[in-house]
Structure formats: structure tokens, C-alpha cells
Write a protein that binds this ligand. Structure first.
Ligand SMILES: C[S@@+](CC[C@H](N)C(=O)[O-])C[C@H]1O[C@@H](n2cnc3c(N)ncnc32)[C@H](O)[C@@H]1O
Length: 251
């Protein structure tokens, strides 16, 4: 005794739906073999934020920032030999003694900038270009300075190759900022300074925010949030201990 005809038709429809879903998954994995790992990375960031947050450090990160991190292909910003580790929540070496920062820290620093749409953002320490790409993915104009000439060149080529046309990379000492492109709505410094560079404070718009690790090189530093109030007053707040490579150059 066979199944009634309408049950056979339903089973066929179900089988067809499962097949198309599987085909779509295979096609997506072939197009972007890192897509699943990237989603896992963002889930890990959300878990870390819930555990590590508190006080001035958010426990839930801005949904737009997380969405941007779901889109930026971090594997394209690390050396080919390290691509298998690209979506682990850890910094990785990028050559010249420098690193691409831990994804949670990139998400946190971006979140802390509280950027209004279409902001002009200055980044000190382009490195691989990953942080700049996350900011560009959010729709901002990014001005990024890197002191190691080879890294500046590689990051500029990588970013334009990936279609990030709103990132401007320049080789130079970020301690002095980018006066010709100032003022900026926000500044993110991704290397540890021994003091807050006065030129960066000058180049920040009133109402703007800066996030910067401050402390001795090769020791634990404090991630600082700097706010320039509407009347120009500077408010600083120490948020959490971090470990960044040092800001070098003529400070
Ligand atoms: C932790 S890495 C930056 C990671 C980077 N934001 C990324 O997404 O890959 C710090 C970078 O700051 C750069 N740097 C150090 N001192 C600098 C300075 N005075 N001006 C500009 N860049 C500097 C280093 O060469 C290094 O590439």
C-alpha cells in the first residue's frame, strides 16, 4: 500500500526545499569559505563583551559595528600562512614586528567612538588595514597613518583591492596627526602612547571622541576614552587594561 498522493507531493516539495538549501550552503561555502568562521568570531566577540563589559565598557556592542565585522574578510588582512587563525579572537603577527589587533578590541574601540553617520575618522597605526576597513564598512571617511613604509604600502593596496575607496592611507608619524585633513569627528590610536599626543587633541572636533591606549611600551596600558566637549574642555576616562605595540616615532 503506497502513500496517499498528496503526501507524496508534500514529501517531494520538502526534498526539493532541502536540496536547494544544501546547494545554497555549498555555493556560499565555495564563494566564501571563511563565512562560517567569521560568524563564529562575531558570536565570540559578543560573549566576551558580556563578560568583560561593565562600568564605562559596554556589555553589548553596537549592532552596526558587529554587522560590519561580519562583512570584513579578516583573512585577507593576515599573512597567507596564518589564514587558518584569522577568525580566532587574538592578535596575529603581520610582519615588521607589528600585529593586527584582537577582533574584540577592534569591535570595542569602534563601538566606543559612537560615530554619527558619515563621520571623518583619523586612525593612527594602519597596520594591516583591518580596523580602517571596519570603519569604512560603516560608511565613514577614514584617514589612516602608518609609520612603517612597507605596511602602509601593503595596506593601501589591500584596501583598494577589496574596494574600500573611502580609506586614505598615508605613510608618516601619526603622533602629529594629519593637519591637512583635520578636523576629525573621531580618532582611534591603535598603538600605545606614553602620553596623549597634543596634536591629536587639537585635530579633534568639539563633541568628538578619541580612543587610545596610554602607558609604558611593552607593559600593560590603559585604554583611554577622551571626549572633547562642545566648549573644548577635555574629559578623560581610563576604561580597561590592554596590551598594544608601542607608538614609535618622534613623540
Ligand atoms: C597594533 S598595530 C595596528 C593594527 C591595525 N590597526 C590593524 O587593523 O591591523 C599598530 C600599528 O601602529 C603602527 N605605528 C606605531 N607607531 C606609529 C606612529 N607613530 N605613527 C603611525 N603608525 C605607528 C605600527 O607600525 C603598527 O603597524
Amino acid at each position: 500500500m503506497g502513500l496517499p498522493r498528496k503526501d507524496v507531493a508534500s514529501l517531494r516539495r520538502l526534498a526539493a526545499a532541502i536540496c536547494s538549501l544544501l546547494l545554497a550552503m555549498v555555493a556560499q561555502a565555495a564563494a566564501d569559505p571563511y563565512a562560517a568562521a567569521r560568524l563564529d568570531m562575531v558570536r565570540t566577540i559578543e560573549v566576551i563583551a558580556r563578560k568583560a563589559g561593565g562600568g564605562a565598557t559596554p556589555t553589548t556592542l553596537d549592532a552596526g559595528v558587529l554587522e560590519a565585522m561580519r562583512r570584513v574578510p579578516r583573512h585577507a588582512f593576515v599573512p597567507t600562512s596564518l589564514r587558518g587563525l584569522a577568525y580566532d579572537d587574538r592578535p596575529l603577527p603581520i610582519g615588521y614586528g607589528q600585529t593586527i589587533s584582537e577582533p574584540y578590541i577592534v569591535a570595542l574601540m569602534t563601538d566606543l567612538l559612537r560615530l554619527p553617520p558619515h563621520s571623518r575618522v583619523l586612525e593612527i597605526g594602519t597596520g594591516s588595514g583591518y580596523q580602517a576597513a571596519v570603519l569604512a564598512e560603516l560608511g565613514h571617511q577614514v584617514y589612516s597613518i602608518e609609520i612603517v613604509p612597507a605596511l602602509a604600502g601593503q595596506a593601501a593596496t589591500r584596501l583598494s583591492g577589496l574596494g574600500y575607496t573611502t580609506v586614505h592611507v598615508r605613510r608618516g608619524d601619526g603622533y602629529f596627526g594629519w593637519p591637512e585633513a583635520a578636523p576629525f569627528d573621531a580618532i582611534v590610536v591603535t598603538a600605545a602612547a606614553t602620553q596623549i599626543p597634543p596634536p591629536l587633541l587639537e585635530q579633534l572636533n568639539p563633541g568628538g571622541r578619541m580612543v587610545i591606549p596610554v602607558g609604558a611600551a611593552f607593559l600593560v596600558q590603559q585604554l583611554m576614552l577622551i571626549e572633547k566637549l562642545a566648549d573644548g574642555t577635555i574629559r578623560t576616562e581610563a576604561l580597561l587594561p590592554v596590551a598594544f605595540v608601542p607608538l614609535t616615532g618622534g613623540q
